[in-house]
Design a protein around this ligand. Structure first.
Ligand code: AMP
Length: 486
């Protein structure tokens, strides 16, 4: 769910995790656990809305899940057998409490709470239309558009109205929602963002990733399909296909970086996928060296795969301090550079006098790689080679992975040889796009109908980008002014 970012306009999106449960008297406590497991998907804010059969109860806060939701006073307030939860990560600006999800609205049919992972690509355009018709927005999130579309569709029950709203929107969305004695889960027609279904006794659970099922001891039943809506009530689960037949374009970057390695996505272990990409990278870009070193933590499985395939020993040559935040959160380049040093230190004993292969999952701005390479050289490495377990990130994501605008993407501005110079390595290589698809179990990328959304590597966006090409910009500008003035 995207907000406008008035103070940091190079950032295009946010990352989120969602959780929902129906049919368990401790619904909120289970949601807190689920959100703990999904914390990697968003560290800026968290929220839960529960329903007790009569009333809805909400608690939303900025900060980590553990900062607020471990308190008994909070959990005991969130009574009920149904709940949804949300974690969110944005950069700076637009991060006020009014944007923290789940969103809640009292609509004609009653209360409705919504949690959204993904970004809409026609939100400014729709927002412009809605405000012209008199809609008063409470937040700057694109997700609120869904509530307004439901409110202004004057017919039908909650499901009919939600379907109507979803038929107007473009982009990526996995949603969880609760209404009077209902839990609803939806994936967009391309299934860009994940959503899985689990069961705990008689209770149904929906979550962004299976690691959130594991933490509450629930069984993984299946992934919600692309374009599927599930409606869960006391009589069980109903599956609907409101968009007709659809073709899946799941985000391949979830496998590369974003998801937790212990999650299973679309029946495939994220950890195994990362190892396979690392092995493919070793076959495509082998080099003689003494040691394979992962950039922690996200580079670890790919480095293991690379080491196994190449026969070069794997060592933890960089040690991570787990008690500092992600460098991405830092607002200026200067602080971001410092952040990398705060976060990592070279393990001199495994680096000195060695020809090192560093493995990481991606290069975005190049800040991390540059600092890591300096650090490894300072620790006495004789050669430093960098291997990246994704193709070059050359396009921004508009579907819910936080990326800077294109001009800030190193690979959009430089070829691989130039990047190697900037980063300061003896050699640099990325897995090829077909190598990535091979590692994922496909013969190659199907250019006519790609099996995944890989727009950040290819620029092949699977939905219209109406806000980028249409009149949405005007609405965006006025929104920035509004936000700054408030
Ligand atoms: P950069 O320093 O800008 O090149 O960012 C690359 C580093 O950030 C890599 O180590 C990745 O693991 C990590 N990374 C890649 N994509 C993201 C993202 N969307 N959010 C946070 N970190 C990321």
């Amino acid at each position: 769910m995207m907000t406008t970012q008035p103070f940091d306009e190079d950032h295009l999106g946010e990352e989120c995790g969602i959780f929902g449960i129906f049919g368990n008297e401790d619904a909120a406590a289970h949601s807190v656990l689920g959100l703990h497991a999904l914390q990697h998907r968003g560290q800026e804010a968290a929220g839960i809305v529960s329903f007790d059969g009569k009333e809805f109860h909400a608690y939303r806060s900025t900060g980590h899940v553990a900062d607020h939701f471990s308190k008994e006073s909070v959990i005991t307030r969130l009574t009920g057998h149904a709940a949804i939860g949300h974690v969110r990560y944005s950069t700076t600006g637009g991060s006020g409490l009014r944007n923290v999800q789940p969103l809640f609205a009292d609509l004609q049919f009653g209360g409705f709470a919504l949690g959204h992972n993904g970004n809409l690509t026609n939100c400014y355009t729709l927002r412009d239309e809605l405000t012209k018709r008199g809609a008063i927005f409470q937040s700057t999130t694109d997700s609120e558009i869904i509530l307004h579309l439901m409110a202004t569709h004057l017919r039908g029950n909650v499901v009919d109205r939600l379907v109507y709203a979803l038929q107007q929107i473009e982009g990526a969305y996995s949603l969880v929602a609760i209404a009077d004695n209902l839990l609803i889960g939806v994936r967009d027609p391309l299934g860009v963002r994940p959503l899985v279904l689990g069961k705990l006794g008689n209770a149904y659970i929906l979550a962004s990733e299976t690691c959130a099922l594991d933490i509450v001891g629930a069984d993984y039943i299946r992934d919600i399909d692309a374009g599927e809506m599930v409606v869960i009530d006391k009589d069980g689960l109903r599956s609907m296909r409101p968009f007709g037949p659809t073709t899946q374009r799941f985000c391949v970057f979830e496998y590369i970086y974003f998801a937790r390695p212990d999650s299973i996505m679309d029946g495939r272990s994220v950890y195994e996928a990362r190892k396979k990409i690392g092995a493919e990278l070793s076959r495509e870009a082998s080099i003689d060296a003494d040691v394979v070193i992962p950039v922690p933590d996200s580079g670890v499985p790919a480095a293991l795969g690379y080491a196994e395939e190449s026969g070069i020993p794997f060592e933890l040559g960089i040690i991570r301090n787990h008690y500092v935040g992600r460098t991405f959160i830092e607002p200026t380049d200067q602080i971001r550079n410092l952040g990398v040093k705060l976060k990592h230190n070279a393990n001199r004993a495994k680096v000195q006098g060695k020809r090192v292969i560093l493995v990481d999952d991606s290069i975005v701005r190049g800040t991390t790689s540059k600092k890591i390479v300096e650090m490894i050289r300072a620790a006495g490495a004789t050669e430093v080679h960098m291997r990246i377990s994704s193709p070059p990130t050359t396009y921004s994501c508009f579907y819910g992975i936080d990326t800077p605008e294109r001009s800030k993407l190193l690979a959009a501005q430089h070829d691989v040889a130039e990047m190697a110079k900037i980063i300061g390595v003896d050699s640099l290589a990325f897995v090829s796009i077909d190598g990535l698809y091979r590692a994922m179990g496909h013969a190659a990328r199907n250019a006519d109908q790609p099996q995944y959304c890989d727009a950040c590597f290819t620029g092949d966006y699977p939905t219209a980008l109406t806000d980028q090409t249409g009149g949405g910009k005007v609405a965006q500008l006025s929104l920035l002014v509004t936000e700054k003035a408030s």
